[in-house]
Design a binder for this molecule. Structure first.
Ligand SMILES: [Zn+2]
Length: 207
């Protein structure tokens, strides 16, 4: 089994319940399918679950960085959210993790991954706007403010991309400076054969 089913909101395992899934804490939920180990086979399965939904990574991936984790929330008919993460190191920060969540409003995966209490970042955005390239276009992102269980350990920004929320979580918090300069993001789900050359590895980030 390359992917493991879990709750999008918490670390509890799910029980099959009729056609759907049930979390002991959150009741009836859409299933989160997360890689057991980051690897090409698991990523192929992830892309099947995520069909029609972007899986976005920092792109091109910096030399020496690798893909550490990925997951899809699927409501039984279609994907409603994805996350993917990369890790590497920079001269300034040492080991760095970058986690990217794309989700439809209200899914809650961005809040889970970033540790924020609020499912919808829209009412909790700071004022300092960043412009980031996602695929071929520049989009606006803002810092997410408010209570987080990872307060101080990470920087979190969010913006709207093609009608969905995109969350970026950077650890350590000082890695926010990465988002200047040449940093760009891309949906890698339609990259085809070049995905075979993606460097996969662990450990997965904690979320
Ligand atoms: Zn739960």
């Amino acid at each position: 089994m390359s992917l493991q089913v879990g709750c999008p909101h918490c670390a509890a395992s799910l029980e099959k319940y009729g056609d759907g899934w049930r979390c002991a804490v959150h009741g009836s939920v859409s299933a989160l399918w997360r890689a057991v180990h980051s690897g090409y086979d698991a990523f192929s399965q992830h892309l099947m679950w995520a069909a029609g939904f972007p899986t976005t990574l920092p792109w091109p991936l910096p030399t020496g960085w690798w893909v550490t984790d990925f997951a899809t929330v699927h409501d039984g008919e279609r994907a409603t959210a994805t996350m993917a993460s990369v890790a590497g190191s920079t001269h300034q920060d040492g080991p760095v993790e970058v986690l990217v969540v794309c989700e439809e409003a209200g899914v809650g995966l961005g809040a889970r991954v970033s540790g924020f209490v609020h499912t919808d970042p829209g009412a909790h955005l700071g004022e300092e706007r960043l412009r980031l390239r996602v695929d071929t276009r520049l989009h606006s992102f803002w810092p997410v403010t408010g209570a987080s269980i990872h307060q101080g350990a990470s920087s979190v920004v969010a913006g709207e991309v093609d009608g969905r929320w995109m969350w970026l979580v950077l650890r350590p918090a000082s890695a926010l400076l990465l988002l200047g300069g040449q940093f760009a993001l891309a949906d890698v789900s339609d990259q085809g054969p070049s995905l075979l050359e993606l460097p996969f590895g662990g450990p997965a980030p904690v979320w």
